[in-house]
Design a protein around this ligand. Sequence first.
Ligand code: ADP
Ligand code: GN1
Ligand code: MG
Length: 356
Amino acid sequence: MKSFEEIYRQFDVQQKSYPYGNGHINDTYLITPCPKYILQRINTAIFTDPDGVMNNINAVTVHIKKKLAEQGRDTERETLTVIKTLDGKSYYRDEDGNCYRMYKFIEGAVSYDNVSSAEILESAAKSFGEFQNMLSDFPAETLHESIKNFHNTPLRFEALKRAIADNKAGRLDSVKEEVEYALSFENEIDKVTKGIEDGTIPLRVTHNDTKINNVLIDPQTGKGVAVIDLDTVMPGSLLYDFGDGLRTGGAMAAEDETDLSKVGLSTELFASYVKGFLAGIGDGICQKELDLLPYSVFLLTYECGIRFLTDYLEGDTYFKIHRPNHNLDRARTQLAMCKDIISKYDILSEIVRKAR
Ligand code: ADP
Ligand code: GN1
Ligand code: MG
């Protein structure tokens, strides 16, 4: 494997690098001192076509920069800027097949894994809504599908059933209760995929990974600065971005909290997210999407829960883990959060009705 110095030289950069951020997928490094950059080793086990991913990111960021310029906004700070290699490529592939890309570091902005302030969450939600709005005229058919069926919850359910049957890591006995609860939702999880199929839910260009730490916030003003982590920008439903934003942004505890009594969805944060997201998205949202906003929070939380459970059963091959049982702890929080969301469903629906 190449030394880091050799890797940055490919981008004409010579400073030091440090591991950075809390993403579950790519290896991220901060390159410092100034000018700072973000160096990422793309997880090519997951993103098997890095050319396709980087083509998407280039096209989407060029489109967003054009929109930002038209609005007199900061084109360098409010979206990602890809740094090309010395030979003009969007990423560098070393002899062992490792793929590295570099972005300008967005200064004066932080990412939060959890948000306790309703104002900050409203701003974050507005940024995610605006992100979709700015891409509403982007030609969706030109996007490469970076992970097929990424938010196809019924297929995620099938994957869980396969993981249960295979019991590859021999862990099934320790998760009987979680498995039983997860399997009980078989008939509740196809509302979005069906709606897309029958044309009642519009297909849009969506981010698809609107975890709250994928939007950078200015800590001085509490306002959203840039939506980042653009690997999964693909055609999808607005409901994916809304639901996944609340899964983490509206959570009362960390994604890997072990004290499940702390886990749940804050209705106050939900209300702020609805307000911010609707302000950002503008007029384009349809009635069916509005009706399904509360459902989407359940759906995306459930989907993430069964993805963690599947990965636990398969021996932790997808998400990065930092301790034993990490994926199990994450699965448990998501399933506990589902219970809480279901118990608050009427309140959530009322909040959406009032916000229209
Ligand atoms: P992953 O796909 O592994 O989640 P991300 O692209 O989300 O990787 O990056 C991980 C973290 O690095 C982010 O949550 C954010 O804190 C930080 N980060 C990524 N890109 C930038 C950037 N251009 N400027 C500043 N911080 C960034
Ligand atoms: C991953 O890359 P990151 O950490 O922002 C995952 C999301 C999950 C999330 C769970 C490409 O997001 O789909 O919801 O972990 N990204 C990918 O925390 O699988
Ligand atoms: Mg991320």
